[in-house]
Design a protein around this ligand. Structure first.
Ligand code: G3P
Length: 217
């Protein structure tokens, strides 16, 4: 199990990186817009200077030829850039070409086992399942993650890794780990929630109070 950080915020990436538990970063155009910048290249270069693991950068083109051209440029920004491509017919065509060029593709916006399996067959290194958005639409996001993991287990020749994405709370992370997701990409606030437990805070206070009481004697 690996954790990627799902953000384009440089301060958050620096802070999470210092924790020593982050293996990569995922971004998307919406996350860039939260940082009020359209300079995807500059943000990507800054992230890649902090994180040596995979950094997912999304294409904005919609037809295969344009996706491929865009992906080649974005992959040249840093050696650890992966390319996020949405699961569409055009996206599958682009994934096949890019994978053959050893450009790693994160097939994104997967909402069904079939979509994820098609991404795997096209050669995607990762398939991202959007749990929170499935839940928002009244579906069971975790079940979709479990289903695709089960399907890929049937076909060991497919070495595509499953990313549990659109994680909205610590339980999404726990259940993703229980299901055997290879990676969960988590927002910074969820990562902070995962660290905390009220009994840990109470325990620290009690240890320190007990130590002070005996250390005075
Ligand atoms: O990695 C995909 C993720 O950023 C989507 O999350 O919360 O916008 O559904 P969300």
């Amino acid at each position: 199990m690996q954790i990627f950080l799902d953000t384009a915020n440089i301060d958050q990436i620096k802070q999470a990186h210092e924790l020593g538990i982050i293996s990569g970063v995922t971004t998307n155009p919406s996350l860039l817009s939260k940082e009020a910048t359209a300079d995807y290249e500059s943000v990507t270069r800054k992230i890649c200077a902090i994180v040596s693991g995979p950094v997912s950068v999304e294409v904005l083109s919609e037809d295969a030829a344009a996706m491929i051209a865009e992906a080649r440029v974005k992959a040249s920004w840093a050696p650890n850039v992966n390319i996020k491509i949405p699961i569409t017919a055009e996206g599958l065509k682009a994934t096949r070409v890019l994978s053959a060029e050893n450009i790693k593709v994160n097939m994104t916006l997967c909402f069904s086992p079939n979509q994820a399996l098609l991404g795997a067959l096209a050669g995607a290194t990762y398939v991202s399942i959007f749990i929170g958005r499935l839940d928002d639409a009244g579906h069971d996001g975790m079940q979709v993650v479990e289903d695709i993991i089960g399907i890929l287990d049937n076909y060991p020749e497919l070495d595509t890794r499953v990313i549990a994405a659109s994680i909205r709370n610590p339980l999404h992370f726990t259940y993703s780990a229980m299901a055997g997701a290879d990676i969960a990409t988590v927002p910074y606030n969820v990562l902070m929630q995962m660290i905390q437990h009220p009994l840990t805070d109470i325990g620290i206070k009690r240890f320190l109070a007990d130590w002070k009481s005996v250390a005075k004697k």
